[in-house]
Design a protein around this ligand. Sequence first.
Ligand code: TXA
Ligand code: MG
Length: 326
Amino acid sequence: MIQTAIGKDIAKARALLERGLLVAIPTETVYGLAANALDPDAALHIFEVKGRPKFDPLIVHGADRERVAEFVQSFPEWAKTLSDKFWPGPLTLVLPKRQIIPDIVTSGLDTVAVRVPLNPLTHELLSQLEFPLAAPSANPFGYVSPTSPQHVMDQLGGKISYILNGGECSVGIESTIVTELEGKIHILRLGGLSVEEIESVIGPVTLNAEPTDTGHSPGSLKHHYATKTPLLHGSIDINNLDSTTTGILSFQTRYAEIPLEHQVVLSPEGDLRKASKYLFAAMRHLDSLGLKVLLAEAFPNVGLGRAINDRLSRAATRLSGTTIEG
Ligand code: TXA
Ligand code: MG
């Protein structure tokens, strides 16, 4: 066991990373489990600590576009347009990689995912480092992503020595991943930047139809973001419920039949940004209550509501009774 500290000491985070060790870093989306992206041994540690399969590649984070441009072959027009508009921010671009990025980071793919996150502490850290940071979300593989330093502590405490404390994540849901496939701009993973915002600058994009278990972007694995308590996602039928063992995650509605302490209403005023921000914290909270089942509403399928539905449907138990792993 390692002693895990939470703090705002950039010099300490930097020293650990320079020694090839892992540090949890804040971003606007979720906390990342970071290591030197140019050091294969450091990157390997990430997979070990997370329990993540090595076929699931990592995102490489840099302080600005100039720096991440060193790791890709080129920035096509669409990528320039999107990064000009949305970086720093919840957008990841998958582009053909340069050789300097080790295979372990990209799981052997000839593309690399790059992102410029928005968080003052992490920005300062990235500016001081001589290398970019590979960072997946700082949760054990398959579980809900962390949006506060305490979430990281709860799950990775004892496994890493430092959590850089950037407070609560402002977006709360992972970045939107975009690439070019057969000449079309394609969303590989819905996330904190809405499809509508992307389309407003580059026109229509394509989307994966359905999450699969063999997705080419492993973020599209069907069972992901799971709670330990079985979760069902869809319209909530309040009849036939055992109100004492059921938890509810809703957008705006409070259900009078269910005890207040077993419900989370994400945004009574109907703000999807606010709902995204607190989605994972709410899933964690409901998961900690020892209930038999969690019911999550279907959110409006617009804006960030699409990404929320995406995460909830991946977290959902299959009605066939298959248990959730991942
Ligand atoms: O908001 C985020 O993106 C957070 C923060 C920490 O930046 N990171 C994050 O990382 O969500 P992770 O590892 O949990 O998800 C990254 C996803 C993976 O599912 C992976 O499959 C996809 O990015 N990915 C990475 N490199 C890829 C590539 N070359 N081609 C296709 N997908 C890739
Ligand atoms: Mg993740």
